[in-house]
Write a new protein. Structure first.
Length: 117
């Protein structure tokens, strides 16, 4: 469906101010999400506005900020110790992705909430 320039600018304004999302605009106006994005850019450019800041979604990548106390501990480590800690963290992450965790010296493996030896 074709929209006039005024209609496109109105759709773009709604997107820019956050009244609707691109997905919702695509459903309502029977356009693609890319077209909705283009309408928002048209509105922004015509009104000489700055780019819209990206929204913070709950599914966004987690922020890995280290607390100040832990940061001091990391700063006091040698290069070799830091490398060892990174290796341990990556191993733990890989195990958690596979669904298990190792306790102690490695003889106890936790699958969910059950222990095995």
């Amino acid at each position: 469906m074709k929209y006039t320039k005024e209609q496109r600018l109105d759709i773009g304004r709604k997107l820019y101010v956050g009244e609707i999302t691109r997905r919702k605009a695509a459903e309502i106006y029977d356009i693609s999400e890319q077209t909705a994005r283009d309408y928002m850019r048209l509105y922004r450019d015509v009104n000489q506005l700055p780019p819209k800041q990206a929204a913070k979604h709950s599914i966004a990548a987690p922020s890995f900020q280290t607390p100040p106390a832990a940061m001091e501990e990391l700063e006091s480590m040698t290069k070799e110790q830091l490398i060892q800690e990174i290796v341990k963290a990556r191993i733990t992450e890989a195990r958690l992705k596979k669904g298990y965790e190792v306790k102690g010296d490695g003889t106890v493996i936790l699958y969910g909430k059950t222990n095995t030896k």
